[in-house]
Ligand binder design. Structure first.
Ligand SMILES: [Zn+2]
Length: 222
């Protein structure tokens, strides 16, 4: 007796592989990947303890997939957001599908955002990794770009740390085109052109006293 097996045509799980036609390398001199390598060891005087040293570096690929236009937009000095065609909600950082239950995971569409934002919340960093030490104290804000429903983090420049306020108007400032790499560090926030600091008050004074030693310390960095 023979059995009949019906083969259903499988739905393609992945999109067509893209053809990449533009590639840019901006690797600093002397950076090369060797992967995981044992680079040495040490043994204690009594011979009872051994430590081994591993060096690990690797080339990483960040595949942005459906979110790619946001990162490509940074290269062009533009901020792209996504918007739900059903309810109109907008997001930067982007969402590929709507978050509202009634929209049933509706696929979002791309919208170019204005280069203006408002402070949602902020913090003042008085310490950092080696690469940012000289920029201390750093004002980090979560800011709402245009009418986005979510906030995006970035540095706020051109302001004394004690003058930042909730809801203050910001503009987005991009690095020169030749310095951009398609990362969020391609831009930072600055106060809007018509912004001016409010008068000194008790809370501002408190922050100023906390921050001043950081300024003094940074001056000692060579
Ligand atoms: Zn929606």
């Amino acid at each position: 007796m023979s059995r009949v097996v019906v083969m259903k045509k499988k739905k393609n799980r992945f999109a067509e592989a893209p053809v990449f036609t533009e590639k840019k390398e901006y690797r600093p001199d002397g950076v090369k990947e060797t992967g995981l390598a044992f680079v040495g060891h040490e043994i204690s005087e009594d011979g009872n303890v051994m430590n081994q040293f591993l060096h690990y570096d690797q080339l990483y690929t960040i595949r942005h997939g459906r979110n790619s236009r946001f990162f490509k937009g940074l290269l062009d000095g533009k901020i792209w957001g996504t918007q739900c065609p059903k309810c109109g909600d907008t997001w930067v950082p982007v969402r590929s599908h709507c978050w509202n239950l009634d929209c049933n995971l509706e696929k979002t569409e791309w919208v170019e955002m204005p280069l203006t934002a408002k402070v949602h919340t902020w913090t003042i960093a008085g310490w950092s990794g080696r690469s940012s030490l000289r920029r201390l104290p750093i004002v980090l804000v979560y800011a709402v770009i245009g009418d986005s429903k979510v906030a995006i983090a970035n540095e706020l420049h051109g302001i004394d740390p004690w003058d930042v306020e909730f809801g203050m108007s910001l503009k987005i400032v991009f690095k020169p085109k030749e310095e951009r790499i398609g990362a969020v560090t391609d831009f930072h926030f600055e106060p809007a052109d018509d912004w001016g600091p409010s008068l000194m008050n008790g809370e501002k004074k408190r922050i100023k006293e906390l921050v001043e030693p950081v300024y003094e310390w940074v001056k000692t960095l060579k």
